[in-house]
Design a binder for this molecule. Structure first.
Ligand SMILES: CC(C)=CCC/C(C)=C/COP(=O)(O)OP(=O)(O)O
Ligand SMILES: C=C(C)CCOP(=O)(O)OP(=O)(O)O
Length: 305
């Protein structure tokens, strides 16, 4: 039976398992690092989460090649994006930002390790991610040119015109956002950029051409926006146990969200529209096997955590 034909839940669980195994050994054991810092970093990494972004790296590499084995050399980059994402959550939860107490079903990093160590754990995850990404070439034979392009994309899309810039716009805008256009611009940077990165990085490692990379990027932008709208909806009506974080956090902070601006029905319609547009772009890209990515797009729309 071809790998692609496994049920989606089994596929997601197996990919998450591969990523989690690799993350366990991401910090070289012979480095002189304070135990407390390592513990704080690994606490948030091992707390779980859906591992969406790293799974997208692996799934995109497989989709381009049409081969389930194609993702082995993408594993370092998958780990790197999960480290960047986890740092962003650790910092997002800090008292100076969202001031949240629970994340991934556990107390937030600063609640357990204190604010100074949580900030440093985030810093450690972010910087170490680039070391880990470089291992795609060092240990897995990915051409240096490809890894360079991936690292450049990561610095850009997790950085100033991407996630960091988007988070800054979010913090600065907070109650002042009045249009869906403004909100879309924030979400594109804060959330979509890293999701789009994941797909393009997997595509690059799988050997995608420019047209396919553009399609993967557009697919990522749109499912990223849909993902953030669903996150905002779940913040209003989701189940705390399943989500592993407190609901109504946006309301407590008076955050302007899609459901707040457009209402629940319009938000759901927008999600469906974005997902359909994403799938169309991908289906036209001539990937060897886009099926799994198309399936993930549908799954994300119906997710409850
Ligand atoms: C540079 C930094 C710190 C970036 C954070 C980016 C980010 C997507 C945070 C979570 O968003 P959210 O607050 O909408 O989600 P949640 O509901 O999970 O807190
Ligand atoms: C961008 C958003 C909405 C922050 C949470 O991301 P995830 O919902 O992917 O968080 P984890 O599963 O990784 O914990």
């Amino acid at each position: 039976m071809k790998e692609q034909h496994k049920p989606l839940q089994q596929y997601l669980a197996e990919q998450a398992g591969r990523i989690e195994d690799a993350l366990k050994t991401a910090i070289p054991a012979n480095w002189d690092v304070p135990d407390k810092l390592k513990d704080a970093m690994m606490y948030s990494i091992e707390a779980g989460g859906k591992r969406l972004r790293p799974v997208l790296v692996l799934a995109a590499a497989e989709a381009v090649k049409g081969d389930a084995q194609a993702s082995a050399c993408a594993l370092p980059v998958a780990c790197a994006v999960e480290m960047v994402h986890t740092y962003s959550l650790v910092h997002d939860d800090l008292p100076a930002m969202d001031n949240d107490d629970y994340r991934r079903g556990k107390l937030t990093n600063h609640k357990v390790f204190g604010e100074a160590m949580a900030i440093l754990a985030g810093d450690g995850l972010l910087t170490h991610a680039f070391y880990v990404a470089a291992q795609a070439t060092r240990q897995h034979g990915v051409p240096a040119e490809t890894t360079l392009a991936v690292i450049e994309d990561l610095a850009r899309l997790a950085g100033l015109p991407g996630m960091v810039g988007g988070q800054a716009a979010d913090v600065l805008g907070e109650q002042g956002v009045t249009s869906a256009e403004e909100l879309r611009s924030i979400h594109l940077r804060k959330t979509s950029a890293l999701i789009s990165f994941s797909l393009v990085a997997g595509g690059r490692i799988g050997g995608a051409d420019d047209r396919q990379l553009d399609a993967l990027s557009l697919f990522g932008r749109n499912i990223g926006l849909a993902f953030q709208i669903q996150d905002d909806i779940l913040d209003l009506i989701g189940d705390e146990q399943k989500l592993g974080k407190k609901v109504q956090s946006d309301l407590r902070q008076n955050k302007v969200t899609y459901p707040y601006l457009l209402g629940m029905d319009e938000s759901r319609k927008e999600m469906a529209r974005l997902t359909a547009e994403a799938k169309e772009a991908l289906a036209r890209a001539g990937l060897a096997d886009p099926g799994r990515l198309l399936e993930i797009a549908d799954y994300l729309m119906g997710r409850d955590r």
